[in-house]
Design a protein around this ligand. Structure first.
Ligand SMILES: Cc1ncc(COP(=O)(O)O)c(C=O)c1O
Length: 372
């Protein structure tokens, strides 16, 4: 059968298979710094809570259990200084499915708008969500500090905008948007702002920021326990903000059968009530960011700025050739990194290094490169 419509592109990380094979040949095996998947353990109490929820039998509430919504709202108040009613918080099956699905659901409500604005160097799912909904994805340039430059959005794109994505701290470049200004821009132009804040507890430069700090109208904050609690396998996230938007989305998602499994909802609530494990994890990431930045600077003479937040180094490739640098790192250091084009054409001259491997694996990279 010949198809004429959508053909999924190669998944970015699948394109790394040849380099993974090269890195795997190094003695001691590959040190995988490509995907931002946690390698450190989640809290034991959370894993134990999975077995004790008693929530296996019945269907879980799509919008989220009372326990999860209340834990999420409590977490936002405690960690972000944002107070929202539990009724304006709803669950998602990890944040990726929500990010990918939002344009489709928002477009059903606003069929007169066909454009998704998103950061020019970013997590690929923002653009993919537009594509999956048959919409236009329009990249917003970033300034020299990797923040959205909203002055660069053309008038026609503003008029057609269904939503604007912000991601702060940003993946991959680690920038911190001025979220108050981004929220104000959305209000001025009548464009809902979707703020992906899944790295907020890994903010290195200044206080943690949320789009909801200065209001909820026309704003949605998206969160996840994947990174904060090393629970990417649990698949629990949540979104909060504009009451009308949260109600609309949770109703649509209930019809479509999106549900976080009951035991996972209970375990996520337990995780959200504890901050000590997050502080310990943040310290680990911070130490590894500094160590890897030092290793790469010494071995390759590259200038590696520490990010404003998040768990990635955004490293300029020598000579501007990211694939060549990724290949050198696979060959010479047995380590796998992501070429910047995975995050948009504006990222072609960088590689992204996720500091997700344990310290002894990072020291192995150092030894392979002759750095002590
Ligand atoms: C910016 C950003 N948003 C969302 C996600 C999705 O995370 P999850 O679906 O595990 O909540 C990721 C994962 O890497 C990410 O980097």
């Amino acid at each position: 059968m010949t198809t004429v419509g959508f053909r999924p592109p190669a998944y970015p990380y699948d394109r790394l298979a040849p380099l993974a094979a090269v890195a795997a040949a190094a003695e001691g095996g590959v040190v995988d710094l490509s995907v931002g998947t946690p390698a450190d353990p989640p809290p034991a109490a959370v894993v134990e809570a999975l077995a004790r929820s008693g929530a296996e039998r019945g269907y879980p509430p799509s919008v989220g259990t009372v326990e999860l919504r209340s834990a999420a709202a409590g977490w936002m108040a405690r960690r972000l200084g944002v107070r929202v009613p539990d009724s304006t918080v709803a669950a998602c099956v990890g944040s990726k499915e929500l990010v990918a699905g939002l344009p489709q659901w928002l477009h059903l409500r606003r069929p007169d708008r066909d454009t998704v604005l998103y950061p020019a160097i970013s997590y690929p799912t923002y653009a993919m969500g537009a594509l999956l909904a048959g919409l236009r994805a329009v990249a917003v340039p970033l300034d020299e500090r990797s923040r959205l430059d909203l002055t660069a959005v053309g008038a026609e794109d503003v008029d057609r905008a269904l939503c604007l994505w912000s991601n702060s701290p940003g993946n991959p470049a680690g920038g911190l948007d001025d979220l108050d200004a981004v929220g104000a821009w959305g209000a001025d132009h009548g464009v809902p702002v979707l703020s992906d804040e899944c790295y907020v507890e890994l903010t290195w430069d200044g206080p943690r920021r949320s789009i909801l700090r200065t209001g909820t109208a026309g704003r949605l904050a998206v969160h996840s326990v994947s990174k904060r609690s090393n629970l990417a396998g649990l698949r629990v996230g949540f979104y909060a903000g504009d009451p009308e938007l949260v109600t609309y989305l949770s109703e649509v998602r209930k019809h479509a059968g999106f549900m976080v499994p009951g035991p996972a909802q209970h375990a996520a609530a337990v995780a959200l009530e504890d901050d000590a494990h997050v502080e310990a994890q943040a310290a680990r990431y911070r130490r590894r960011l500094e160590r890897l930045a030092g290793i790469l600077a010494e071995a390759y003479g590259v200038e590696v700025a520490l990010p404003g937040g998040g768990l990635y180094l955004w490293v300029p490739a020598p000579g501007g050739d990211a694939w060549a640098f990724a290949e050198r790192l696979a060959t010479e250091a047995g380590c796998l990194v992501s070429p910047g084009e995975f995050y948009g054409p504006a990222g072609v001259d960088h590689v992204r290094v996720a500091v997700v491997q344990p310290d002894d694996r990072i020291e192995l990279v150092a030894r392979r490169l002759g750095v002590v």
